[in-house]
Design a protein around this ligand. Structure first.
Ligand SMILES: [Zn+2]
Length: 285
């Protein structure tokens, strides 16, 4: 039987940044045996393969654009070393060390480069970019919120990026990037999250913070119809090209959630309730 590494690892092409330029290390199962790589880099490859497996098995995602296209993983990227992993069209870049170590030496684990939830988040961005015209400017807050919500549902865990932090005696992580559906599962989160449309659209709100509106909306949906159905609705929205043709807006997002909820009365009612609860309904007016 093929292992997850051979089926899903075949969709990952690993590249290593060096002073002499980027070196192609081949597909994931070959690359992870390369002697130049650190333990943290092998773990990053495994996280991305697991993220692909989660999205394939839970959401029938056939590659990043649903036609089997793969994704590149760039290791030792300088920008990611200082700012954390990031996605571009067709690629996820990770740094040489955990970028959070510089601001939290005691709590952060320097060797963690890409936990599984963060890999799902970045992979969702790659999927989003694949569905957007190249000429538009993506709405960052909506992009971040969708990526967080996808990670939350795929992993079944409401905290993003706790894997970057060391654990305490009870096994809880000593911090996280963001609390999504539920609060304060681990130590303090690095950044806050908006919970309402009014908070998310207030002047000067940072995009990841504003994106909290989307994960809050999806968590409300999950509370009504369950994780699996909430996830089907979310991925219907991600795949709804009319929601992304301009790069995304709150009005287009709210309308896409309504369309995705049209499958049955219970889901439609849950979407309406979540729109009212978060205030996102105001975007439709
Ligand atoms: Zn992001």
């Amino acid at each position: 039987m093929p292992t997850a590494l051979s089926t899903d690892g075949a969709r990952v092409r690993v590249r290593l940044h060096t002073a002499q330029g980027d070196i192609d290390l081949g597909r994931a199962d070959v690359a992870r045996r390369d002697k130049r790589l650190t333990r943290g880099e092998r773990d990053a490859i495994d996280s991305l393969v697991e993220a692909i497996r989660l999205l394939r098995t839970r959401n029938q995602l056939l590659g990043i654009d649903d036609v089997g296209t793969g994704v590149a993983l760039l290791l030792r990227d300088a920008e990611a070393t200082s700012g954390g992993p990031y996605a571009t069209s067709g690629q996820i870049a990770v740094g040489a060390t955990n970028a959070l170590t510089s601001r939290s030496k005691v709590r952060a684990n320097p060797n963690v480069l890409l936990p599984v939830d963060t890999a799902v988040h970045e992979l969702t961005h790659v999927t989003q970019f694949a569905r957007m015209p190249e000429t538009v400017t993506p709405n960052s807050a909506i992009m971040e919120g969708i990526a967080d919500a996808a990670a939350m549902l795929a992993t079944g865990d409401d905290t993003l990026g706790e894997g970057y932090f060391r654990t305490d005696a009870t096994g809880a992580h000593r911090g996280s990037i963001r609390d999504l559906g539920r609060h304060d599962v681990h130590g303090p989160a690095v950044g806050p999250t908006s919970r309402t449309y009014a908070a998310a659209t207030a002047p000067g709100v940072e995009p990841h913070e504003a994106g909290g509106l989307v994960s809050t909306f999806v968590a409300a949906l999950r509370a009504s119809v369950g994780r699996a159905r909430a996830e089907r609705v979310l991925w219907a929205v991600i795949r709804d090209s009319s929601a992304w043709k301009t790069g995304g807006s709150w009005a287009l997002l709210a309308a896409a959630f309504q369309r995705a909820g049209n499958t049955d009365d219970a889901t439609g009612a849950a979407v309406s309730a979540a729109l009212a609860q978060t205030g996102l309904a105001a975007a439709l007016r």
